[in-house]
Design a protein around this ligand. Structure first.
Ligand code: NAD
Length: 508
């Protein structure tokens, strides 16, 4: 292990080359896309972006593959996902290392992301025998009424830099057992993890004798994503990223009556009530607010603490923050890695300046730490006490800033909690059952995820993941999220010799 300032890009390039080799990825042809590592800010390698003709051809291949794939029985389709799960287990450390190199996540979080891929594969394999439709009692004698779930078509997956592999797996494992084919447009910030996942999936398909064309990878920035979004052969666009991206994508998909599944930004809060276990709350808050350097969609960004516990809670939080090791994410024991790029750092600085102008007071953190290069951005996570929930607090700044507000009664806290445009994740820390239930009730938290005595981040794959309002309304991963990837047909079968009409109509 090295001092942060001694890290050399040449070493990281070699690490990347080795890990790509172990993953079986051929060195890509150099081009206009740059794969960088936020660890030093330096370039790992370059690769070509997909051309318009290549994107078109990829969609055409996925569309052709779909025509056969949809007729393969779902439990047989699951064989590809089972093999993918085995390959991911074999390469967990390799893919984790690549996530660290490309997204800057610390080792345990990067490997955790790969574990999440394996978990969703297991879920999808079981799901392949449980794509249940319902049967309903028909109002007519001698008739059967039922519904059948059919494969939908080509799914276009657009993903963000901060979960470069798990979000792809959530979508792809489920889409494949549902009988869909996938065209993936990963973040232009993480093209190497995308090459690795694509390679593993194609290998899994070949290993079990399935058509590798069920998965296509297209690389590039927003324009490549737009082509995918606008193509009528893409039945579902599942897009993860900023609210701004969703605002551009959703109307374009709607204009052609395509389906959209949106997983956009969050502005997640935790309420801490007077009865809370402050020791447990502190641990939950620090992990959710400072983990992944504040670059999770579920990162805790607002703390709404009761006036009676705010001081002792802030004392605990700031002493935990002072012990957080910020540094090289490849090094064991480091808990906070770098911000992804200069834009993220500028965004953090600008938000801190606005918060101070609004009367905010920095409790701890916010400083930049010297890294190996001026293009590497390491910061100490910040806690800022705010006099009110001003405009900057209502926005998502994708960096580790925790704004602290105080309240006197729970109604006021819930009101503050819901008074932001986003609606992804939320928590309450309390030992009072009435308060906990109040938070989970219809007039409580308005988020897609509402937790008690656990932070806002780190969801399990078994539940449906997603949020309301500007977070986009989509649900992915567990529970019945699979329904977004299929189309429903309602079937009426007449096995009688009569032709009774519905609603008792006579037509003769
Ligand atoms: P981003 O919006 O900049 O990019 C996301 C993806 O969208 C990238 O692949 C990008 O190339 C693509 N894109 C951008 N403009 C597009 C357009 N006009 N048409 C088609 N594609 C376009 O987001 P980011 O900086 O990579 O990720 C951080 C954001 O993602 C945060 O807001 C975070 O909250 C959000 N996020 C949400 C979830 C969730 O599940 N809700 C998960 C992870 C990240």
């Amino acid at each position: 292990s090295h001092a942060l300032t001694d890290l050399a890009i040449s070493e990281l390039r070699e690490l990347a080359a080795n890990v790509l080799r172990r993953l079986g990825v051929e060195p890509p042809e150099p081009g206009e896309l740059t794969a960088r590592t936020p660890i030093t800010g330096g370039e790992l390698l370059t690769l070509r972006a997909s051309t318009t003709a290549e994107v078109d051809a990829a969609i055409a291949r996925a569309d052709t593959a779909f025509r056969a794939w949809r007729t393969v029985p779902a439990p047989q389709r699951a064989a590809v996902v089972r093999r993918l799960s085995a390959l991911l287990t074999e390469h967990l450390d390799d893919l984790g290392e690549l996530v660290t190199l490309e997204a800057g996540k610390i080792g345990p979080e990067a490997r955790g992301e790969v574990q999440e891929m394996i978990d969703v594969c297991e879920f999808a394999i079981g799901l392949s025998r449980q794509l249940y439709g319902r049967t309903m009692p028909s109002e007519r004698p001698g008739h059967r009424l039922m519904e059948t779930w059919h494969p939908l078509g080509v799914v276009g997956v657009i993903s963000a830099f901060n979960f470069p592999v798990a979000v792809w797996a959530w979508n792809t494992a489920i889409a494949l057992v549902c009988g869909d084919t996938v065209v993936w447009k990963p973040s232009e910030t993480t093209p190497l993890t995308a090459l690795a996942c694509h390679g593993l999936l194609r290998r899994a398909a070949r290993d079990v004798g399935a058509d590798p064309e069920v998965h296509q990878l297209i690389q590039g920035a927003a324009a490549v994503g737009e082509q995918l979004v606008d193509d009528a052969r893409v039945a579902l666009v599942s897009a993860t990223g900023s609210v701004r991206m969703g605002q551009l994508v959703a109307p374009r998909v709607a204009a052609r009556f395509g389906r959209c599944l949106l997983e956009l930004g969050g502005n997640n809060a935790a309420i801490v009530t007077p009865s809370a276990d402050l020791e447990l709350a502190t641990r939950g808050i620090v992990f959710a607010a400072a983990g992944t350097a504040g670059q999770r969609c579920t990162t805790l960004r607002r703390l709404i603490a009761h006036a009676d516990v705010a001081e002792p809670l802030l004392d605990r939080i700031s002493s935990a923050y002072r012990q957080l090791r910020v540094g090289n994410p490849l090094e064991e024991g480091v808990l906070v890695g770098p911000l992804v790029d200069a834009r993220a750092y500028d965004g953090m600085r600008a938000a801190l300046d606005r918060a101070l102008t609004d009367g905010g007071e920095v409790v701890c953190g916010g400083e930049r730490i010297e890294g190996p290069d001026e293009n590497a951005f390491y910061v100490r996570p910040a806690v800022v006490r705010m006099p009110a929930q001003t405009a900057v607090v209502r926005e998502e700044t994708f960096a580790p800033i925790l704004y602290v507000l105080t309240y006197h009664d729970l109604e006021e806290a819930i009101e503050l909690h819901n008074a932001v445009p986003q609606g992804l994740s939320s928590s309450i820390f309390t030992q009072n059952q009435r308060e906990a239930e109040r938070f989970l009730a219809a007039d409580g938290s308005d988020c897609g995820i509402a937790n008690v005595n656990i932070g806002t981040s780190g969801a399990e794959i078994g539940g449906a993941f997603g949020g309301e309002k500007q977070t986009g309304g989509g649900r992915e991963s567990g529970s019945d999220s699979w329904k977004a990837y299929m189309r429903r047909a309602t079937n009426t079968v007449n096995y009688s010799t009569e032709l009774p009409l519905a609603q008792g109509i006579r037509f003769e």
